[in-house]
Design a protein around this ligand. Structure first.
Ligand code: UDP
Ligand code: GLC
Ligand code: MN
Length: 367
């Protein structure tokens, strides 16, 4: 039986976080939630992607970006990008729902969690870094314009002690730590993958009952590489290597590759001709960079190559691999396009830093 006045709500202010939102939405569907799925996006989210978002979410609502612009506090967390998490506050404006559960776009449900709607505002799980604070990646709330306006007013007057929504919400709902244990969600509803290392015995004992996993921290599942053939997340020097973390990452990628990639690939086929292009000339060779969605990069898929393929062999998979593996057939010998060359293409490097990847087209110079 579907409940139409309650919803799971998430947020994505850009196309990259949309990848997470899509997997979260799909995981809720896979576990047959009876509640609506709502997604808050901001104008930056591309139009093509919106049609896909609408196929997974019941409602996709555009809101304006709210940014704390508090670089001083955000620097303490080494996460300058999290000022925009103030945008989360818009969830209180969804007054056509009587009760909602907010979930970060970097969370994933492992089973049906509809029982969360039995809780009251404001319910959340302890933050692993400071357990007298709640983590604002998963919380139960009641949409209300009154609360929304009070939150904005509070933000204007007091700011946030971490520069993001979590500091603000903890100050606003300050009785959470002490007033009502019923508003403390079990940690199993917001299991931070990074905390597993700090308390492995507890994870071994309780971990199998985890209900929601939260990929908290700067490195998100979509920043890992995944091999579509072996269905494995690729480990590199920076992967912590914990089997627990790898199994959660694999779960995320399994959903992404089975349910989300096919949708994105269809979109890409439809839009291929419309993608923005930019041209560079390097050493007399014209290089066309075609912007594509980030998913092509990390899924280790070979890009669809352009007609000039008989002249070149680009192997462009990710920003890193572009530097190391792009080969260019250039007046007979193969010339390796190395990092030195790549860094001289300043525009592409900026885009790479923005987490985008490219299809490469090379053209041999006309003699
Ligand atoms: N978010 C977003 N765009 C951003 C940063 C964050 O949409 O550029 C949203 C997204 O829903 C994300 C949440 O805000 O899950 C909180 O940020 P994040 O999960 O990166 O913070 P963490 O949980 O790692 O502290
Ligand atoms: C946290 C939460 C996240 C929040 C961020 C900024 O670590 O997991 O949801 O957006 O801090 O306050
Ligand atoms: Mn998060």
């Amino acid at each position: 039986m579907s409940v139409t006045d309650q919803a799971f709500v998430t947020l994505a202010t850009n196309d990259v976080y949309c990848q997470g939102a899509l997997v979260l939405g799909q995981s809720l569907r896979n576990h047959r939630t009876s509640r609506k799925l709502a997604l808050l996006i901001t104008p930056e989210v591309s139009s093509g992607l919106r049609s896909i978002l609408r196929s997974v979410f019941d409602e996709v609502i555009e809101v304006n970006v709210l940014d704390s612009a508090d670089s001083v506090h955000l620097a303490l967390m080494q996460r300058p990008e999290l000022g925009v998490t103030f945008t989360k506050l818009h969830c209180w404006t969804l007054t056509h729902y009587s009760k909602c559960v907010f979930m970060d776009a970097d969370t994933l449900v492992l089973c049906n969690v509809d029982e969360l709607f039995d809780r009251e505002e404001f319910s959340a799980a302890p933050d692993s870094g400071w357990p007298d604070c709640f983590n604002s990646g998963v919380f139960v709330f009641r949409p209300s314009l009154k609360t929304y306006n009070l939150l904005l007013q509070f933000a204007a007057e007091h700011g946030s002690f971490d520069g993001g929504d979590q500091g603000l919400l903890n100050s606003f709902f300050s009785s959470w730590a002490t007033a009502d244990i019923g508003k403390h969600l079990p940690f199993l509803y917001n299991l931070s993958t990074s905390v597993v290392y700090t308390y492995i015995p507890a994870f071994n004992h309780f971990g199998r009952d985890a209900k929601v996993v939260h990929f908290l921290g700067a490195r998100k599942p979509w920043n890992y590489k995944y091999d579509l053939q072996t269905k494995k997340v690729m480990q590199d020097g920076t992967t912590d290597g914990s089997l627990h973390q790898l199994s959660f990452l694999s779960l995320w990628w399994n959903i992404y590759s089975a349910s989300i990639l096919p949708l994105l690939e269809n979109l890409q086929k439809m839009e291929d001709s419309e993608f923005e292009e930019c041209k560079h000339t390097f050493n007399g060779v014209e290089i066309t960079l075609k912007k594509v969605s980030p998913f092509v990069a990390n899924s280790l898929q070979m890009p669809v190559l352009p007609e000039q393929i008989d002249e070149v062999h680009p192997v462009a998979c990710s920003p890193e691999e572009l530097a190391l593996e792009a080969w260019l057939y250039f007046s007979n010998p193969y010339v390796k396009l190395n990092k030195a060359v790549l860094t001289s293409i300043s525009l592409s490097l900026t885009d790479l830093q923005n987490n985008l990847s490219f299809l490469l087209h090379f053209r041999k110079p006309r003699n």
